[in-house]
Design a protein around this ligand. Structure first.
Ligand code: GLU
Length: 388
């Protein structure tokens, strides 16, 4: 079939594919330890589920505004103001089908064919694909462990051409767990403003942060910076709501009106009762977020200690999110071959670093229970030993 060129070059998301494969193997009765997709193993908190069930019982089952329920957009505006010092009105926010959809929408309304989108690597694997779907050009800015996997202002400056339009920032980062400090963001902001770049700040992991690290939103630095910033966020990670598919995009009014128009012809509103669950997530008690964060912090300490005791494995100390990006190059395999053998012969699912722009690494999600972590790390240690 003669498919459109823009989709023929798009591969399946490896995070989702590996997670589906490990789930299928588990369903076949195989004992697979899955460190694949970043998906909290916790249940969605009860009060959030109850709000969605109540909404169903109250008949909130019909079309709603394409850009999202006004009460939810207002609650998000309040959250952005209180948590992130970002002043957005409700009409500058569109509720999307997860954080992923908010980023796709942004690329569609902002990027013209040939526009360059700057993406620091290691990057979340869907960013370049979304840029390509918008017929833009992903420009990858490589970083190393030595620079804590963060881009420098000089590096940004150097990557900017007359076609550069948008910078994608993701802090805490998937896959490295790195967090930009306020000073680092300030230095990047100066370059962004000098060159009239746009920036999208993917803040989906903002609540999952460790050891005194602090989340800062680049848009909060100054009114000028706010006027060049888009915020992408959602409910999946902080509230264990991955399957609900509720996220949002915030930004300049003209752009968000365009997102609303586009959504009115594409998805219409996000699932009505899921939005009521999201309202409860924001308005209800927040201790559930802290309880999950503490569990992730404990697992992070454990996995780092174990990985660092495995000869041939090196890894950064994550400051946030729930991933470790471990260097396994000593095994002498590409990250794809490493992960394939690890899954097929040792029953451990991990995501090849190649998908994130770093073939010497693998990504391990530790959003899983301690037993699985312990068993999976034993198996990984055995595999590594067999390769050295
Ligand atoms: N964002 C998560 C991950 O990186 C979930 C899967 C996906 O959407 O890619 O694992």
């Amino acid at each position: 079939m003669n498919l459109a060129a823009r989709v023929t070059q798009i591969p399946t998301s490896l995070t989702l594919a590996i997670s589906a494969k490990s789930k299928a193997m588990q369903a076949d009765g195989l004992d697979v330890c899955s460190f694949s997709a970043g998906e909290p193993d916790f249940e969605t908190p009860e009060h959030i589920k109850k709000a969605a069930k109540d909404a169903l019982d109250q008949g909130k089952t019909r079309y709603g505004p394409a850009a999202g329920e006004l009460r939810l957009r207002e609650a998000i505006a309040q959250k952005l103001s209180e948590d992130n010092q970002l002043a957005y009105a409700a009409n500058q926010i569109v509720v999307t089908n997860g954080g992923k959809h908010s980023l796709h929408n942004l690329m569609q309304i902002l990027i013209n064919p040939g526009d360059e989108v700057l993406i620091p690597a290691p990057y979340w694997l869907s960013y370049p694909e979304m840029v390509k779907l918008a017929e833009g050009v992903p420009v990858i800015l490589p970083t190393t462990l030595k620079q804590n996997f963060k881009i420098t202002p000089a590096q940004l400056q150097q990557a900017i051409t007359p076609k550069a339009k948008l910078l994608v920032l993701n802090s805490p980062s998937n896959p490295t767990g790195m967090v930009y400090t306020a000073e680092e963001l300030e230095a990047l902001a100066q370059v962004i403003l000098t060159h009239d770049l746009w920036v999208v700040s993917d803040e989906i992991y903002e609540k999952i942060i460790y050891d005194g690290a602090q989340h800062h939103s680049i848009g909060a630095l100054s009114p000028e910076m706010l006027s060049r910033t888009f915020i992408s966020n959602g409910f999946a990670k902080a509230y264990a709501m991955t399957g609900w598919r509720v996220g949002y995009l915030a930004g300049p009014l003209e752009a968000l009106q365009a997102v609303g128009r586009m959504q009115s012809h594409t998805t219409s509103n996000v699932c009505s009762f899921a939005q009521h669950g999201a309202i409860a997530a924001l308005k209800g008690p927040q201790d559930c977020v802290e309880i999950m964060r503490q569990a992730f912090a404990q697992r992070c300490t454990y996995i780092i200690e174990r990985l660092r005791s495995i000869p041939g494995v090196t890894c950064p100390q994550p400051q946030g999110a729930f991933y470790v990006f471990a260097n396994i190059s000593a095994a002498g395999l590409s990250s794809m071959d490493f992960c394939q053998t690890l899954l097929e012969e040792h029953r451990v699912a991990a995501v090849p670093g190649l998908a994130f722009g770093a073939d010497d690494c693998i990504r391990l999600s530790y959003a899983t229970d301690m037993n699985t972590l312990e068993k999976g790390l034993d198996r990984l240690a055995d595999f590594m030993k067999s390769r050295l």
